[in-house]
Ligand binder design. Structure first.
Ligand code: UDP
Length: 487
């Protein structure tokens, strides 16, 4: 990353569109390139700035890295800035985030003190934007952390979009509080982009909002093909599974820039005894340590309903907690999981593994996640709320059967019974355990769901479809036939 001062610019390599041909077919790639040319031609090649609060950890960073790489590959001047902020700022924005998801979060206030802190933190970033953003540029602000920059973007003569990656299926009083905090900043925004139509802030007219689901990158270190030998070598080397090292395979992967490398670091695991044997059925959930991901619920359901009836092991994996700058809750959630784990009966505890994945090298981290997703017998995402849930699309792309809650964007991804299993009530531990057993006990069903899953992602959630939706949105807003901006 290059420091602009407090703001940092993330370096994004351009991915040539031809790389997508083996996955999408030449025709789909040609169409995608034409659509991008059309955007450039009609808008006069503006810089498209993305502003977020972290370059690593979590879905937003994961998605931007790929999407902007593909956009740059077709000539779009897509750039990415990361704002700084002290822990108190991220405590406030996490509160807004939790509220919008319908949770109390840490229960703290969102009053004048919090607003003053929020605005004071963003003020230097607003100043620094002057040095880089020009009139006519487009600035896409991501999530609550950056919503307060809308006015600064307008003062520079640029277009301001706010991309919200979170939302709630059924608004409640917490979500109203979260939205009320953001409303003053978003009143003048040129367009809000949400993941699902239902996630739109309640005070916006439908024509001020576009719904664009995210995508995954089939060539990123997170998703690119790994042979079964590479998967095994990575998982044995990092200590995720136990097996004799195979002298003929090395824990290798391909970096974002296309260079080959090896996984060096190991996971930091909490387990009673050795890791899961390489040939044992493995149920895995990979998530940030966030209460909305309900790692504790997965553990409870597995311990009570799955472990007594199957030989399966459970792996709950998340980032090393020091590695995610804008997530102040992670440590507390991890500690709660560790406490719950320590109270399990000995024989079950030996089959439940908590792992913190090294975050020092983001490509290496991605390769470890990739290997876990490819190795797991079943992937779960038992979220209580979810924006999109990239972990679901990632596992589906790898042909894994996924058992997940029917919340937020997960509902748009999985067609129940065809491309995974959806649970109506995310808190129903009995139904969750039963679904896991159904898939563990029936390899033919697991295979069928995995095939349906891969197909679904190929059709709906790859980068070309995603970029086309952005092009449509930007042309509707700024193209020749667009209504004049309100700002
Ligand atoms: N992730 C990761 N390392 C980890 C845990 C998660 O790279 O240790 C990634 C995961 O693979 C996915 C993203 O973080 O790409 C999480 O995105 P998702 O949309 O599932 O949830 P969010 O974190 O945005 O709530």
């Amino acid at each position: 990353m290059t420091a602009v001062s407090g703001l940092h610019e993330v370096t994004i390599p351009a991915f040539p569109p031809e790389r997508l041909a083996p996955v999408l077919g030449a025709e789909r790639v040609a169409y995608f390139t034409e659509v991008a040319d059309d955007l450039q031609h009609q808008l006069g090649r503006p810089a498209i700035w993305n502003v977020s609060s972290t370059a690593q950890g979590g879905g937003v960073a994961e998605m931007l890295r790929a999407l902007l790489g593909w956009a740059r590959g077709v000539g779009v001047s897509a750039r990415w800035l990361v704002i700084p902020g002290p822990p108190e700022f991220f405590a406030v924005t996490k509160r807004v985030h939790n509220n919008i998801y319908g949770f109390a979060g840490d229960g703290g206030e969102l009053g004048t003190t919090e607003r003053a802190l929020y605005e004071a933190t963003l003020a230097p970033s607003a100043q620094e934007l002057r040095a880089v953003v020009r009139a006519g540029d487009v600035v896409v602000l991501h999530d609550p952390q950056t919503a307060g920059l809308v006015d600064a973007v307008h003062e520079l003569g640029a277009t301001a979009l706010w991309r919200c990656h979170i939302g709630i299926d059924h608004p409640n009083h917490f979500s109203a509080t979260g939205w009320a905090f953001l409303e003053p900043y978003l009143r003048q925004v040129d367009r809000v982009v949400v993941t699902l139509p239902a996630f739109a802030p309640p005070w916006l007219a439908p024509d001020q909002v576009s719904a664009i689901p995210p995508s995954i990158d089939p060539f990123s270190p997170k998703n690119h093909y790994l042979s079964p030998e590479q998967v095994r070598a990575i998982l044995v080397h990092t200590g995720v599974v136990q097996g004799a090292p195979d002298a003929t395979s090395l824990p290798t992967f391909t970096r974002t820039d296309g260079s080959p490398d090896r996984v060096d670091r190991c996971v930091d695991a909490l387990q009673a005894g050795p890791p899961a044997p390489v040939d044992a059925p493995l149920v895995a959930q990979i998530s940030r340590w966030d209460h909305a991901k309900d790692m504790g619920g997965v553990m409870r359901s597995f311990a009570e309903l799955v472990a007594p009836h199957t030989p399966a092991h459970l792996l709950l994996a998340g980032p090393a907690v020091a590695g995610v700058a804008d997530d102040p809750e992670a440590r507390a959630v991890l500690l709660a999981c560790m406490q719950q784990w320590s109270e399990l009966p000995d024989w079950i505890r030996a089959r439940v593994h908590l792992a913190c994945l090294p975050m020092a090298d983001i490509d290496e981290n991605a390769a470890i996640v990739n290997a876990i997703q490819r190795h797991a017998t079943v992937i779960t995402q038992k979220s209580l709320a979810e924006g999109f849930g990239l972990t679901v699309a990632e596992a589906m792309w790898k042909g894994r059967p996924v058992v997940a809650s029917a919340v937020g964007g997960i509902q748009a991804q999985i067609v129940d019974g065809t491309s995974g299993i959806l649970l109506d009530d995310p808190r129903d531990l009995g139904a969750f355990g039963a679904a896991l057993r159904r898939v563990l006990d029936d390899p033919a069903l697991a295979d069928q769901l995995g095939r349906g899953a891969e197909q679904r992602v190929r059709e709906k959630f790859l980068g070309d479809t995603h970029l086309e939706l952005w092009v449509t949105t930007l042309l509707a807003l700024l193209g020749p036939g667009a209504e004049p901006a309100t700002s």
